[in-house]
Design a protein around this ligand. Structure first.
Ligand code: UTP
Length: 273
């Protein structure tokens, strides 16, 4: 039912400079796989078969990663290293990649709106690849797609966050509908700790209904002069219904150096078990 996932990947990744000067943040490896590949694998597990990627200037490595490298294939064919390409070959055969460019980096909301041309008029998932998620037995996006089947409205993934870091997130005001599922009444982008309406912060996984595009078109720049997806979701919540889902699993903030190093240690330790 949800067949497409949008990957906004046009940001500058300034927190990783100089590493991200010529390499997209989404291509930074966690052990032996780039961040965006983890996101694509999570989407495939959720039954999604079209990966719609919003890129920008200097992001061509993403397209090359999900394409055949004839020279490399030729070089390692029949050698003991051939198995190293098996996973990515399988992944490329199980979905289609589409691309568009965000011409000016005017924020996440603007990046999602730039993806409209790839999504059309249907509900879709959004994955921010720099939030690396590992579900508790079942991927986070799969958990959300199942919830969408029940409620058929936009859903944001949330997690509990300590007071001292709440100012980095979009934070929801909401009432619990069933265990771990909340009806959102308001959202605040990057509040001060004492102004945060709850300790539930939005992370980079969403299911959105396509009316979000019209709302985004009418959304004025907010915090930081950027068009904020949170502001559009707040409008959608007030006009209709938006749910927040406290997902089961782990999330690493790989948009920050700290979270990125934690993710590498965690996934490296797993390869040793
Ligand atoms: P971030 O703010 O975390 O990414 O945006 P950033 O701007 O690349 O990183 P820093 O803060 O400079 O280090 C969240 C997501 O939204 C995308 C980013 O690529 C990231 O996946 N994004 C953000 C866009 O695609 N376009 C934008 O204009 C802004």
């Amino acid at each position: 039912m949800i067949k497409k996932s949008l990957f906004p990947a046009a940001g500058y990744g300034t927190r990783f400079l100089p590493a991200t000067k010529a390499i997209p943040k989404e291509m930074l490896p966690v052990v032996d796989k780039p961040l965006i590949q983890y996101g694509v694998e999570e989407a495939i597990e959720a039954g999604i078969n079209t990966m719609a990627i919003v890129t920008g200037r200097g992001k061509r490595a993403i397209e090359d990663h999900f394409d055949i490298s004839y020279e490399l294939e030729h070089q390692i064919k029949g050698t003991s290293k051939e198995h190293l390409l098996e996973d990515i070959r399988k992944l490329m055969n199980s979905c289609t990649f589409t691309y568009t460019r965000q011409k000016e980096m005017k924020g996440l909301g603007h990046a999602v709106l730039s993806g409209e041309v790839l999504i059309g008029n249907e509900p879709f998932a959004v994955v921010l690849a720099d939030d690396l998620c590992e579900g508790d037995g079942k991927g986070v996006l799969k958990q959300m797609v199942e919830l969408y089947k029940k409620y058929r409205c936009s859903i944001v993934a949330v997690m509990e966050v300590e007071k001292d870091s709440i100012h980095k997130y979009g934070v929801i005001d909401a009432k619990e509908l069933e265990k771990d599922v909340f009806v959102v009444s308001n959202m605040v982008e990057k509040p001060k700790a004492k102004e945060a309406p709850s300790n539930l912060a939005i992370i980079g996984r969403y299911i959105l209904t396509p009316d979000i595009f019209d709302i985004l078109r009418d959304t004025k720049p907010g915090a930081g002069g950027e068009i904020q997806l949170t502001d559009a979701l707040k409008t959608q919540a007030q006009k209709g219904m938006v749910l927040a889902y406290k997902f089961k699993g782990k999330r690493f903030d790989c948009g920050s150096v700290d979270g990125y190093v934690k993710a590498i240690n965690y996934f490296y330790d797993k390869t040793k078990k």
